[in-house]
Design a protein around this ligand. Structure first.
Ligand code: E4P
Length: 217
């Protein structure tokens, strides 16, 4: 399972890259707004430090012609840009247009299996189902991941299931059990994955016993 980091904060990305756990980055207009920085400049800086995995950058236009125009600007920034488009009629038209040219597209704001099926048919490299936002309204976010994984396997679609709107480590382990290809995690959740109280307790005991030996090396 690949891990992307869901942030536009350059410092967070830099510090998480050091862990060796980050396979890509996703951004969205809200995450860019939180930084208070220039959109294009921020994406350029991210692609300078994340050169291997995909960096998703989202169009802000709602109509096909302007999505195409913005997508071309974004795709011109670096080879590892995945153009992010919303799951709308125009968004999927733009998805097909860019996918036909060999450009990666991440279709975002997916909330149903039917939508995911359309995105795969439009040639999306990634489909982003938002599990947390479904859970927030009392629906089953992980149930949607299960449905999409099943449908994609049934038809051998190459579109990768990118679990988005992640709220906790449980979302990750459950999505991994379902075979999701990727999860995009807020920095806080990536850090939470490392933690277990018994790891801390065990380490404290090892350190205390080691100190008693008086040795060092
Ligand atoms: C994914 O690409 C989205 O940017 C993100 O996961 C949305 O998460 P949120 O529901 O926490 O805003």
């Amino acid at each position: 399972m690949k891990f992307f980091v869901d942030t536009a904060d350059i410092k967070e990305i830099e510090s998480l890259l050091d862990t060796g756990m980050v396979d890509g980055v996703t951004t969205n207009p809200s995450l860019i707004a939180q930084t208070g920085r220039d959109f294009i400049q921020t994406i350029k800086e991210i692609t300078k430090i994340v050169t291997e995995g995909p960096v998703s950058a989202e169009v802000t236009a709602l109509d096909f012609d302007n999505m195409k125009r913005q997508g071309e600007i974004l795709a011109g920034i670096a080879d590892n840009i995945a153009i992010k488009v919303p799951l709308t009629v125009d968004g999927l038209r733009a998805c097909k247009y860019f996918a036909d040219q060999g450009t990666m597209v991440n279709v975002t704001l997916c909330f149903s299996a039917a939508q995911a099926l359309l995105a795969a048919k439009a040639g999306a490299a990634f489909i982003s189902p938002f599990v947390g936002r479904l859970d927030d309204i009392g629906q089953d976010g992980l149930g949607l991941i299960e449905e999409i994984c099943l449908i994609y396997a049934q038809y051998d679609f190459p579109t990768e299931v990118l679990v988005a709107s992640v709220r906790s480590p449980l979302h990750i382990t459950e999505a991994a059990k379902l075979g999701a290809d990727v999860a995009t995690l807020p920095p806080k959740v990536i850090r939470q994955l490392y933690n277990h109280p018994l790891t801390d307790k065990g380490l404290d005991a090892f350190m205390a016993d080691w100190a008693k030996t008086g040795q060092s090396f």
